[in-house]
Design a protein around this ligand. Structure first.
Ligand code: PGA
Length: 258
């Protein structure tokens, strides 16, 4: 693919996973929002989204009000409403002022049996409720060792993206399963290969592929984010463990500040 002529503002997303009770979660979001208000929009250099557990969405929404920080959910059901005990619809999340919704995280694929087909229907539900779907994909360690990485990524991309997906309603997060929470990160060349491949597939499937944000996720920390964001076709980061410590997350955000 030729040089990109227009690049989107990077996106730094914090996925808190199943962490945080009210007091800690509100304190964390309040501190990040305070710093973000001080920095202001162009000063931040990136879009920033916090994805707390669903129990904290309303409270965190209040804590980040009038700041450049946006709210995201970690999952949603694929239907708009109905008899689905314990589930949350995308419309409910949008109603709580979420702008983003993560779908297809490998932890949900592994522990809730979510297939590409389910992920696709969740992404479609998120998009039709007006959310930007952050669709996660990534190979396991065994798949990488077999040399199947690009094949797996391509299959997940083709089968997890709804037909109406474009840069305005979709973000892709490449998260190698073996890099999540392990402190291990692929080499820059390995990430560049996957992201380059994703960009090529996107170019064949959507008109605004140049502007589609392709995040990297998996053991992103303050001390490696600079190198990661410098890789071609990496437009931001999905951050897990390091997003629940204010100093560490802020240092990650600062990496793109002008
Ligand atoms: P990690 O998690 O940053 O703790 O590796 C990333 C993720 O699961 O999104």
């Amino acid at each position: 693919m030729t040089e990109r002529t227009s690049q989107p503002v990077p996106l730094i997303a914090g996925n808190w996973k199943m962490n945080g009770l009210r007091a800690d979660g509100i304190a964390l979001a309040t501190e990040i929002a305070r710093r973000a208000r001080q920095a202001g929009r162009p000063g931040l250099g990136s879009d920033i989204v916090l994805c707390p557990p669903a129990t904290l969405l309303a409270a965190i929404g209040l804590a980040i009000a009038d700041s450049p920080i946006e709210l995201g959910a970690q999952d949603c059901h694929h239907q708009a409403n109905g008899a689905h005990t314990g589930d949350l619809s995308a419309a409910m999340l949008a109603d709580l002022c979420c702008r983003y919704g993560i779908v297809g995280h490998s932890e949900r694929r592994a522990s809730h049996g979510e297939t590409d087909t389910i992920v696709k229907s969740k992404a479609a539900a998120a998009q039709s409720a007006g959310l930007i779907a952050i669709i996660c994909l990534g190979e396991t360690e065994a798949e990488r060792q077999e040399g199947a990485t690009l094949r797996v990524i391509e299959r997940q991309y083709r089968q997890s993206l709804p037909s109406g997906a474009g840069a305005e309603n979709t973000v892709i997060a490449y998260e190698p399963v073996w890099a999540i929470g392990t402190g291990r990160v692929p080499s820059s060349a390995e990430i560049a290969e996957v992201h380059g491949h994703l960009r090529q597939i996107a170019a064949a499937t959507m008109a605004d592929a140049e502007r589609l944000r392709l995040l990297y996720g998996g053991s992103v920390k303050a001390n490696n984010v600079g190198e990661l964001l410098a890789i071609a076709n990496v437009d931001g980061a999905l951050v897990g463990g390091a997003s629940i410590v204010a100093e560490e997350f802020w240092a990650i955000v600062q990496c793109r500040a002008p």
